[in-house]
Design a protein around this ligand. Structure first.
Ligand SMILES: [Zn+2]
Length: 450
């Protein structure tokens, strides 16, 4: 019965997404971490005749089993003893003989469900606590005349190592749009490091008052810049091509829902298409206000890189290695940025591009979240375009000559440049978080990956 029922779940995943995942945990997360109304939505869009067929088939197998057992010639007692023996041995094997049985589906399914449910409870508590705190928070409002921009757009990139961007000196033309903007004298290219090499910590640290040394409490007890801009007469939008649910995405979703309008293209990042979906959302949005602030969370250069760009516009058409694929993803993001710029260039625009963390990459290997960490995982772009004269930008650009910024205080910088706060609060700290909040290291002591 157990194998049969687990197979319904696994069969369902295989039918709708193909059984190529090394791990079905993300799918279990989607099923269990979605609120109820979304589960209903899920059932209507992802359950079809094939699943009913699978369920009918499974019950048919159970029926055959029942028929067979009914004609079992041994006494009920013998059957009971054999059954108990088999049951206990499976239980012992699953419990104590951890590898490889526990790793195998369907034996791994109950274990994974338990872990996901446990995470869900923790995440729910954090979300509720944070939402309550923000609801009763008093936010400082700026004078209305201080809002110098009509459109503020923060593009949060993903896994971008700035050493693969031509605007930061890379030998291949991966960022032609930024290079062309540089001629306008309105583009500011900063030296900065990411506060951590993990997405789920970097966005809260970049966008709320949490920082490298004070993470959890400050994240729970501060709002993100979305609430700050909302309180300062901006209509706020969070548009994401990443996932909404799951252990990795929930700390981010909590901030996403501070925006007036929150749009997620996917429940889970595994479903993500290329980043042009963000442009479609921008075009379809109902716009009610002159003053708007957007947080665009893109897939950028998330692995697998080959899924992050369109071959028609790629720098390398027939890639032979992952470095070329990675460069194509950087190049594609440059195209997306140019498209975002085109949509807003005629208004008083502040466009900010950063990445959550960098990436280690060479011909053989790639990734982030390494322990010990490497410098490459923190070397992110920080680029600002402003089509109006802004003395605060020139001032910050001069400050950046003294040393690179730690993006742990990006939240203050964005508000300061926009004129909604007078606190500059730059961070020149070299301390970064490697993988976990408990693990703080000095960036200068880290090695380069290559
Ligand atoms: Zn990331």
């Amino acid at each position: 019965m157990f194998i049969n029922l687990s197979n319904i779940l696994i069969g369902h995943i295989a039918l709708h997404w193909g059984y190529v995942l090394p791990d079905i945990t993300p799918r279990i997360e989607v099923a269990f971490l979605s609120p109820l109304y979304e589960s209903k939505e899920y059932i209507s869009s992802y359950i079809d005749y094939r699943d009913y067929g699978l369920i009918l088939f499974s019950f048919f197998v159970l029926f055959l089993l029942f028929k067979f057992l009914k004609h079992f010639t041994h006494s009920y007692k013998t059957f009971r003893i054999i059954g108990l023996g088999v049951f206990i041995s499976i239980l012992l094997a699953v419990t104590f003989y951890i590898n490889p049985i526990r790793e195998f589906e369907p034996f791994s399914v109950p274990c994974k469900i338990c872990t996901v449910m446990d995470d869900k409870n923790k995440i729910d508590q954090i979300m509720i606590e944070r939402a309550k705190y923000i609801d009763q928070m008093k936010i400082m409002k700026a004078k209305q005349k201080n809002q110098i921009y009509d459109k503020i757009i923060v593009v949060m990139g993903e896994s971008v190592n700035k050493n693969h961007m031509s605007i930061y000196g890379y030998s291949l033309p991966t960022t032609p749009f930024f290079t062309s903007l540089q001629k306008s004298n309105h583009l500011y290219v900063f030296n900065a490091i990411a506060p951590t090499n993990q997405t789920r910590y970097s966005l809260p640290i970049d966008l709320s008052e949490a920082n490298v040394h004070y993470y959890e409490d400050r994240y729970l007890h501060s709002c993100s810049i979305l609430t700050n801009f909302k309180a300062n007469y901006y209509e706020t939008f969070w548009i994401s091509n990443q996932g909404r649910v799951g252990k990795n995405d929930s700390s981010i979703s909590s901030m996403a829902y501070e925006a007036k309008t929150t749009l997620f293209a996917n429940l889970n990042y595994l479903e993500a298409k290329t980043d042009e979906v963000i442009l479609d959302y921008l075009d379809k949005l109902q716009k009610n206000s002159k003053k708007e602030m957007y947080l665009l969370h893109i897939m950028g250069s998330h692995s697998d890189y080959i899924n992050r760009y369109k071959n028609e516009t790629a720098l390398f058409k027939n890639t032979t290695n992952i470095v070329e694929q990675y460069d194509n993803s950087i190049h594609y993001t440059d195209i997306i940025l140019s498209q975002i710029y085109e949509r807003f260039k005629n208004e008083k625009l502040l466009l900010i591009y950063v990445s959550d963390h960098g990436e280690n990459i060479n011909m053989e290997n790639n990734g982030h979240g390494f322990l010990p960490a490497f410098k490459d995982e923190f070397m992110v772009p920080f680029v600002i375009y402003s089509n109006i004269k802004n003395p605060r930008l020139d001032e910050i650009y001069k400050d950046n000559k003294k040393g690179y910024f730690n993006l742990e205080n990006l939240n203050y910088m964005v508000q300061y440049i926009s004129g909604i706060t007078n606190q500059k609060n730059l961070s020149f700290s070299h301390d970064v978080m490697a993988v976990e909040p408990s693990n703080i290291v000095n960036f200068d002591t880290l090695e380069f990956y290559n």
